[in-house]
Design a protein around this ligand. Structure first.
Ligand code: BTN
Length: 222
């Protein structure tokens, strides 16, 4: 594990230096000046406020999305362990960790030219954007990171067992959702995730859509 005071993006750093680093190298920083989020968005936080960390994987499972699910589940476990009174923690498909209904953390996976995968997570510890959620000011970020890495190692090894755990934590399931895709929105009930992590949504005509990548909004009943 390496710590740096400040960088552009821990994901970008690990992608660039992947050939020279060991499997499961971890890079953590206090401040990113060009933090990356999903769908080409930025991921910003004031210096020293949040947990910003990336993990490099040279050993990539057949379905690389499994690494995102692993880090997300580890984050859920770490929050429950380190901040037991924080509130209800769960997952929102595809890559968010929720605290109550607010976004507590986001996960971003990127592939290097050589085929390695870097999975980064930003956890709102001392700061969150409007409508987001955070753990709180007195929370020790290194303790959250240590719990995250320990929880990662304690996850079920088998992909079949992992997806069962993932379904259990996925608060999207059973919700009325709007799925936003370039081809148009789908509104319906989130019914299941497939073995490879695709979301199944049943629309009001009874048609099932299997979605690999999109933004999802949890809709409240009117
Ligand atoms: C999202 O859009 O929800 C994903 C955000 C991922 C942010 C983390 S912070 C550490 C790592 N480095 C980055 O540049 N991004 C990820």
């Amino acid at each position: 594990m390496e710590y740096i005071d400040q960088t552009g993006s821990t994901n970008a750093d690990l992608i660039e230096s992947a050939p020279h680093r060991l499997d499961r190298s971890v890079l953590v920083t206090d401040h990113q000046t060009a933090g990356r989020g999903r769908l080409d968005r930025r991921w910003d936080a004031p210096p020293g406020a949040n947990l910003l960390v990336s993990v490099l994987f040279h050993e990539v499972p057949a379905e690389a999305g499994e690494l995102v699910r692993r880090l997300s589940l580890a984050a859920v476990d770490a929050v429950r362990l380190t901040v037991p009174g924080a509130g209800t923690v769960g997952l929102k498909w595809p890559n968010d960790i929720l605290l109550e209904d607010g976004k507590l953390a986001g996960v971003l996976a990127q592939r290097s030219a050589e085929g390695a995968v870097v999975v980064g997570i930003g956890v709102n510890v001392g700061w969150c954007p409007q409508d987001g959620a955070k753990l709180g000011d007195g929370i020790d970020r290194p303790s959250v990171l240590a719990a995250l890495l320990t929880a990662y190692d304690a996850l079920p090894r088998s992909p079949d067992d992992l997806i069962i755990r993932y379904r259990d934590e996925l608060s999207t399931l059973g919700q009325r959702v709007r799925v936003q895709m370039p081809s148009g929105d789908v509104v319906g009930d989130a019914a299941d995730v497939t073995q490879s992590g695709q979301l199944r949504v049943r629309d009001d005509d009874g048609k099932t859509h299997q979605i690999a990548a999109a933004d999802v909004i949890h809709l409240r009943p009117a």
